[in-house]
Design a protein around this ligand. Sequence first.
Ligand code: ZN
Ligand code: ZN
Ligand code: ZN
Length: 758
Amino acid sequence: MRVKINVTGIVQGVGFRPFIYRIAVKHGLAGYVRNRGDAGVEIILEGTQTAIDSFLRDLKEQKPPQARIHNIIQTPLAGKNEYTQFTIFKSSSETEHSGSVVPPDSAICNECLNELRDPKDPRFDYFFITCVNCGPRFTIIERLPYDRENTTMREFPLCGFCQKEYEDPLNRRFHAQTVACPTCGPKAYLTTNTGEAVKCVDPVREAGKLLSEGSIVAVKGYGGFHIAASTSLEAPLVRLRESKSRRAKPFALMARSLQAAKSFAEVNQTEQELLTSLSRPIVLLNKNNKYNLSPLVAPDLHNVGVMLPYSAMHYMLFDRVDDLAFVMTSANPPNQPIVNDNNEALQILGGTVDYFLFHNRKIAQRCDDSVMRVHTDRNVFLRRSRGYAPAPIMLRQKAKRCVVALGGELNNTSCILNANKAFISQHIGDVENLETRSFLQEATNHLIHLTNTKVDTIACDLHPKFTTTNLARELAEQNGWELVQVQHHHAHVAALMAEHGVDEMVGMACDGYGYGADGSAWGGEVMLCTSGDAGFKRVGHLEEQPLLGGDVATRYPLRIAAGILNKDVDVSAWLLQNSNHLPHGETEANLILGQLKKSGAPQTTSLGRILDAAAAVIGVCYERTYEGEAAMKLESAAVNGKDALGLASVICGDVLDTSQLLLAIYINRDRLSKADLAYSAHAYLAKGLATLAVEKAEEHGVKAVGFTGGAAVNALLASMMREVVEAAGLRFLVHEAVPAGDGGVSFGQAVVGGFSRF
Ligand SMILES: [Zn+2]
Ligand SMILES: [Zn+2]
Ligand SMILES: [Zn+2]
């Protein structure tokens, strides 16, 4: 028997060929395996049918941990057997095909971890120990094919020992481009905040000790710098909050072990799997009743972002201390991309930290940590980056066009759509200035090159003034690409539909802000969408509410609350009473009261703004110092509450009334607990929107109702909506592979651009 087998997916740079070699030899097969230029592999097998069947079974069941198989195509070959043994051929130098796939970074594997701890191992205590199954990939690759000279490991020629392992097909480091040891690999070193060397034998463990004693240390990792600090001492956290001008935004933690994480947070089975997966994202965990880390870590929230160590260096940081966890926050100044260069780090972070733990390998691609949470047993991406990017989202059908989509403004990503693969970039951040604009541009170009995509269409938001819209216009003109502008919430719903391969959906797209088709501010939308159609129908939305003072109202939600309540009651006394929560006190309260008498404030249908307003009336948040703060605190406040208000949803035509909700909260604010009021607000909005969506789905004969947008990361809203939708016998869909928030917008834009008829 002779067969040719083509395997596509993530099969290069993940130890696939040595794995093929081992299973072929095990089953007594002859032939060869080689990498193809399109990032797939080609296998020729000669042997008995039984041996080939066993080979295929092992191929599927025992593949290397990082490998992902999209497709296996088997073709019988005619002719006589040609080979006497099985061989690994060198990479073919065929021209590259489009849509090639680069693996994401992976956490250290157990075998490497064991070697790290084995005094007899040549890589004992080596902070950058990796093998073909683990370590950085995306963050070190400058171009394809994935060979050492095309990565930032190029500057570290292999020593004799590493070279031998690199060339041995039966070794775990065969063709592992990150292979290195203390003799030949990157070195770690410690400096002061001005860059002066700190003499020590063991810089990594020394850094751990400094952290434990209260120093703030910038730690260079695979895809950027973390700022690390103690989680039990107040002083470093106070300093960190001051210097990062980050008053309340929660810091992510790295726990020393799963057991340590369980000592201060609840960890269910799904969360445990995520925490320990090779992607090692930050997982939002509910604090448990034994939580005793500093309140400054995640103030006023019921949950905290936790990740486990993902490189040998991280494990070593904890070796000489007994801290349960360290703060590990991405080292990006507000609105700036993550820092990736040693000199740049000294300049930008020198004022914030006491020490630097550097290493001397360059970072090819910046990549922040991914952030997820679990709704019962469903994974929800808040940020899809390290460990996931740039692995593609596989679509059911091939797109008609090759699209690059630039996303929106906040929490942005870009996306390349090539046939049935959508490559979403790493997290880019808020694209509001030149630095983030150029990071977006670099990251996107890099992805276009890595995937060898011949772009013909560029997609962006409908907002006429977004940095990304302007950039898309420029690029369209320069390159002769077709420009497609996609309404923000349409992109959210399109992303959800594409993720589930659904052709028709009534989607609830809820977030803080998106530029509406009529130019006004949207954010609580019910939309009827059909795939293959460039348009959408807005079939329902939240009541329009005034934003007194425009953008200032987004920061100080008392203003929104006053604007809403003013329709039914005189708020003067209440507002003056609460004027200490406004930056200019009574003067400002009086100014607002004056504004209430005039008309002409901008209007919004945003769900985020209603949650903000509710949070202010209930008294859980008066100032939004970070994106989503009021809504997050409101969800935290609702954790042990019940629907004490029990309001029935008031739907007038296609609009869910929100004024009566705010009024009811206002009237009962002293009678009911914060928990009950917060819970009631969620219940009213979730049930009201879901009822409206179900009505519209039934009216149009649509079977699927979805929930998307930044608000869809809210577990309480999602679960209450699910009940209503499923009770009506409809499918309720949420995001699982793509961020529900604006990190998923580029994907939705790409899908609209790639599949729609224009
Ligand atoms: Zn390994
Ligand atoms: Zn070596
Ligand atoms: Zn959005």
